[in-house]
Design a protein around this ligand. Sequence first.
Ligand code: ATP
Length: 574
Amino acid sequence: MAQRFRALLDLCKRRGFLYQSAEIYGGLRGAYDYGPLGVELKKNILNSWWRRHVYFRDDVVGLDTSIITPHPVLKASGHVDEFTDLLVDCTLTKERFRPDKAPPLTFIADKENKSGHIPLTAPDKATAVAWQKLIQEQLAPGILMTLKNNQLLLQVQALTQPDEQGQGGMIAFATESGQPFNVNYHGYVEPDSNSPFLTDSRPFNLMFKTFLDPIDPIDRVIQTTKNHSPDNSLPLREAVDEVLRPSTVYLRPETAQGVFINFEQVVRTMKTKPPFGIAQVGKSFRNEIRLEHGIFRTPEFEQLELEYFVAPWESRHWYNYWRRQRYQWWMELASHPDNFRQRDHSANEMAHYATGCTDVEYLFPWGWGEVEGVAHRGNYDLTQHMNNSNANFEVIEDTPTISADVDGDVSMIPEERPARYVPHVVESSCGLNRAMLAFLCDAFHEVRDDSGKNKPPRTVLKLHPRLAPIKCAVMPLTGKPEFMSITQKVAKSLRRHGWYTVVESQKLKIGKRYYRHDEIGTPWCITVDYQSLEDHTVTIRDRDTGDQERVHWKEVQHVVAKRLMEGEADDLLD
Ligand code: ATP
């Protein structure tokens, strides 16, 4: 599995999907640049999402709000105080990680006994030796352990598992003196090494803070520090925060807050009322504790977010509706639908104001991972912004009704007319970069060579045609002018539709040219051959079946248009 993922990342780099950012300067961890094909794939995912949720409906409009967000917005939304993850440091490996994403201890028990050993895996033997020294001298002096290449085996006398809250767990290490050396165990270890030598967890705010001010804020920090004395009413840290507050801004950690604070403007300017939605696509930033799996978790990423505003008594209905809708989108584009699933959150996983949350997950090579969350957020966000600004987000409804087919909540309908209420919101929040990674993993397909010549497998990227970066590659059999003339005519007819079309006229065998395009997911190769010169027909080769169809060159655009549209949002448009 890991090998396949490496092969995919190698393909992404080799064929221009993804590059390490600032590679010529040694690269920046967690930062990626999208190459010519990556940018197309990302744009096609975005377009598919936008078409389904904005253009194919009459109840959703778009918005594009500022990334730089002032302090009061994110204070009111709760992000300043609560957008935190727990962070743990490993005192052995110096790695930082999130305990909620970390695995439990790998413990090899001696028969049915509670004693046994804990294997620690170092990247290499030299590191294992250094770890052994650190454990012996500082972390757990006197404990018994053996070194085997890059592995350290720590002898355990007894292991007590923690309770559901992660309390009460204990590892009693065996020592030379016979007196056990105890280490707390909260139910997780450092993910890469299996190390149980950890600090306590502490909250860490994920937002990137900066200052919108022509004057260097450091000067004000220095000045405040110099002037601060023990008699000050505020402790130094708070005094510094206070002086910086007027110019404090954040890079938004989600696009949603920009939608909420513009709610009233959109209602007024578009003359709309619930149920309706606002879609926004854009960058978000999180100072993640642990960056992992290429573009799966990065500090800078893009979100496709839809906030759908509804009357409280219809919110349950719309939550269920959007759960289905969103899954339908994934299913429409998936090559292996079995590798996607929906997972409902348990009550303790949800934000305190949410009454429902479902993740869409994909089975990545390292296990199931969230690609999207659909949440019923109640009226928390709009109420918070109303309470902290002069805005009034109440809407008026004369005749609140729930039709027979709606699984709404009749008990929530107010008796008084007209009914005034703060809308509830159902949110779907999908990571564009994660979606790209999921679709790439989903499409990655290796074809073994059956010629008996022991050739390595070749790759076919079975991306949905609507997602494929290049839609058509037009290939003249030779570069002679008579072939090029039809080739250019076909290419132009396709480009007029806005489909990324390339001409492949190099002196490579046609089969090799097909394979190069299979590798990057091009669904159709159009070949201009000798027959084309006689009757103006060309062949269209299908990436997945290898079948070829001969049509007049003017027909190619119609064939491609029909196939590209196949199955798109049929449920909405029929
Ligand atoms: P996780 O538990 O993986 O950190 P989350 O529950 O914090 O994700 P949400 O706040 O629900 O994520 O964000 C919505 C979507 O945004 C996620 O489903 C994911 O696709 C994407 N996303 C969130 N954080 C990142 C990140 N650091 N890098 C890439 N995509 C991200």
